[in-house]
Design a protein around this ligand. Structure first.
Ligand code: CNA
Length: 366
């Protein structure tokens, strides 16, 4: 874990460049120092409120729920050796995580807003869900340190596998095989022991240029990503928005800890920046359902309007049951008329065959 700094100072020590070790202190710093080179480092915790479980949260995390997949130990699902033997658990998980099934969270929209403000230097993500792209952050601003589901290839001959075929296989939880050599196909996400994409190493130097660092939703347990916050120059504020304290953050004088739910921390930060409304608007753009969007936008009903709605609903219900009663009465009346008509025909024909040829009996009686 990246905690080599944990012995330096405690998280209550007086700040050096910030006025206060709080989101308000950071907001003031951003405005007064014209901060323009923000680096973000994030993990699965920014996507949990979208409905994608993280790895390590007790009870709700993927590791806590992998028993059903029959794994020898949770990490095996991302080990290439185990994948070769049994790719099914990975594809069950891929089915869950596959992009396109989830809406970005407000934390993803904060990254987009920071970009819109011209303040985003680089966004480093460990996530493989592509939600920052979906939130509108351009690909050239994102380093997907653990790869993504965007492309895939054969683990033996490296032949790329078509996107549409992959989409179909994953949505059916099927295991895809190479069209050339029948080897196993794997998305280009980084498994344990595999090298990170070159993009990660080529952009690491940017940490030294950063004038603010925001770390969100990560346990900072996986190296080398976990060491990124240490690459930020001393004297540059680092903000941790996370459920728990991780990776030695809080150990520098200008570290700010915003512990608790990520979305709440993000909204608190936006509020301090005076961006609250703008952030909600940017997030709203990610809402796929325009009807839900219109309903959310509508002002809440007054007490009288709610009462009127209830009266209308009840009136409609009563009308409907009265109509049903009418229909029932008509049906009974029709039946009675037919029955009387049959008896009359029977009387007139005297044939006694009306029960066999009822259409003969149904002649109107003059
Ligand atoms: P992790 O180790 O599961 O840690 C998640 C962290 O986020 C923990 O510290 C949690 O306490 C915290 N957290 C969870 N939910 C919230 C919340 N709502 N608010 C605030 N904090 C929260 O995940 P990491 O990303 O640190 O681990 C790296 C792995 C996880 C990478 O290799 C990813 O590929 C992998 N992963 C990605 C996804 C995804 O793409 N969405 C999902 C699950 C795992």
């Amino acid at each position: 874990m990246g905690n080599e700094e944990s012995t330096m100072v405690d998280d209550k020590a007086a700040p050096s460049v910030l006025e206060a070790r709080s989101v308000e202190g950071v907001a003031k710093y951003i405005k007064e120092h014209n901060v323009k080179k923000v680096v973000l480092m994030v993990g699965a915790g920014i996507s949990t409120s979208a409905g994608i479980p993280d790895f390590r949260s007790p009870d709700t995390g993927i590791y806590a729920n992998l028993a059903a997949l029959d794994l020898p130990y949770p990490e095996a699902v991302f080990e290439i050796g185990f994948f070769r033997e049994n790719p099914k658990p990975f594809y069950a998980l891929a089915h869950e995580l596959y992009p396109g099934r989830y809406r970005p969270t407000i934390a993803h929209s904060l990254i987009k807003l920071i970009y819109d403000k011209g303040m985003l230097l680089k966004h480093f993500t460990q996530n493989i869900d592509c939600l920052e792209r979906q939130a509108g952050v351009p690909g050239n601003k994102i380093v997907e340190a653990h790869g993504s589901f965007a492309t895939q290839r054969c683990i033996d001959c490296r032949e790329p596998f078509p996107d549409d075929e992959m989409h179909k296989m994953v949505s059916e939880s099927e295991v895809p095989h190479c069209v050339k050599c029948n080897g196993l196909v794997k998305p280009d996400i980084v498994f344990f022991g595999e090298a990170l994409p070159s993009d990660f190493f080529e952009n690491r130097h940017l940490l030294e240029e950063a004038d603010l660092c925001i770390v969100m939703g990560t346990s900072l347990c996986v190296q080398p990503f976990a060491s990124l916050p240490q690459g930020i120059r001393p004297g540059v504020p680092r903000v941790l928005i996370n459920m728990e304290r991780v990776g030695g953050l809080g150990s520098r004088k200008d570290d700010v800890l915003v512990l608790g739910d990520c979305d709440a921390g993000v909204r608190k930060f936006a509020e301090a920046m005076g961006w609250a409304e703008e952030l909600e608007a940017v997030w709203e753009e990610t809402n796929p359902d325009p009807k839900a969007r219109a309903e959310e936008d509508a002002p809440p009903l007054t007490r009288d309007e709610r009462l009127q709605e209830e009266v209308d609903r009840l009136t409609e219900e009563i009308d409907r049951s009265l109509a049903l009663t009418d229909a029932y009465q008509n049906k009974v009346r029709d039946k009675l008329e037919i029955h009387e008509g049959e008896e009359e025909a029977h009387r007139q024909s005297g044939s006694g065959l009306a029960h066999v040829f009822p259409h003969l009996a149904r002649k109107p009686s003059h």
